[in-house]
Design a protein around this ligand. Sequence first.
Ligand code: HEC
Ligand code: HEC
Ligand code: HEC
Ligand code: HEC
Ligand code: HEC
Length: 178
Amino acid sequence: MQVKKPWWQSGGVRIALALVLLILFGGAVSGIYLSQIPPEQPIAFPHKTHVALGAQCTYCHPAAAWGPNAGLPGISKCWGCHQQVQKKSPELEKLAGYVQRNEPIPWVPVAIQPDFVKFNHQPHVQAGIACETCHGPVSQMTVALPQPRQNMGWCLDCHQRMRPNDFVRLSDCATCHY
Ligand code: HEC
Ligand code: HEC
Ligand code: HEC
Ligand code: HEC
Ligand code: HEC
């Protein structure tokens, strides 16, 4: 006599379960993968090359030390060096084009929080947190890669870890939201 298999061992259900798992897993993988794809930038600016030359992060993003936004360098900062740099390349011709037209370079933001989040670089940089702790290994990147999972939990985890005695204030909704 054949024993009836439980419902979850029937072929159809197994296939359906496998499909659901595949979809969930595939979604998670492509989600992680997609969130790391950098947007197309107007110039393929190589961070790696410039950091290896000895340029400090705050040379190009100076306001990180004293203000809410780090800021992005404009044509005058680039041209300050590239006027003298002999190297020619298609990317550097794009730079020369912006300089000739006296046009700002339309960099596409990658590290960005929604408008209802208050973030200020200054207290973080003054607390001695390195740029790369939050932004990933930028000194190894060309254009900046978006970092996944920079969500509310990420902010709160670090606040609890680094400032347990000030966590009441640093987890107050009004500290981070308008
Ligand atoms: C504690 C984490 C943290 C540290 C440390 C940090 N950043 Fe940021 N950075 C952020 C967050 C969060 C944003 C998005 C802010 C927003 O959209 O309001 C951001 C945005 C930026 C941006 C783009 C927008 C802007 O602010 O102009 C640049 C450039 C930047 N950071 C550079 C730096 C540099 C350079 C350093 C080191 C001197 C640094 N960051 C240190 C978290 C950090
Ligand atoms: C501190 C001086 C300095 C500053 C500031 C600077 N660069 Fe450079 N950059 C260099 C040097 C030096 C090289 C390497 C040239 C070589 O490989 O011989 C370089 C290389 C590059 C390259 C790679 C060229 C290639 O195709 O191999 C690009 C693109 C570039 N810079 C764009 C920029 C842009 C855009 C800015 C402004 C946001 C900028 N640079 C700011 C000094 C600088
Ligand atoms: C020579 C100038 C230069 C230096 C030095 C430099 N950056 Fe940048 N950075 C740029 C430019 C130009 C962009 C815009 C293109 C891009 O997003 O990669 C940028 C973009 C970024 C962004 C994304 C900003 C946004 O709008 O979302 C972050 C984060 C960042 N840089 C962090 C760093 C860190 C950390 C260092 C030091 C390890 C550093 N940068 C050194 C020129 C520089
Ligand atoms: C790597 C650790 C770290 C991360 C990640 C981090 N913070 Fe902080 N944050 C700190 C520390 C440390 C302080 C306290 C600095 C001090 O004591 O002055 C702080 C302070 C603050 C303050 C209070 C500033 C003040 O006026 O006293 C705000 C607002 C804030 N963080 C927002 C955020 C937001 C929003 C995020 C996420 C997008 C974030 N932080 C992510 C470490 C972090
Ligand atoms: C340390 C900073 C910080 C604190 C404190 C904080 N938040 Fe947030 N919150 C964020 C950031 C950053 C985001 C946006 C990023 C994300 O989670 O997608 C966010 C997003 C949100 C969102 C939108 C969620 C979504 O999925 O879009 C809500 C709602 C919210 N917060 C409510 C609160 C409430 C209520 C409190 C107080 C109990 C609070 N937050 C405290 C940093 C903070």
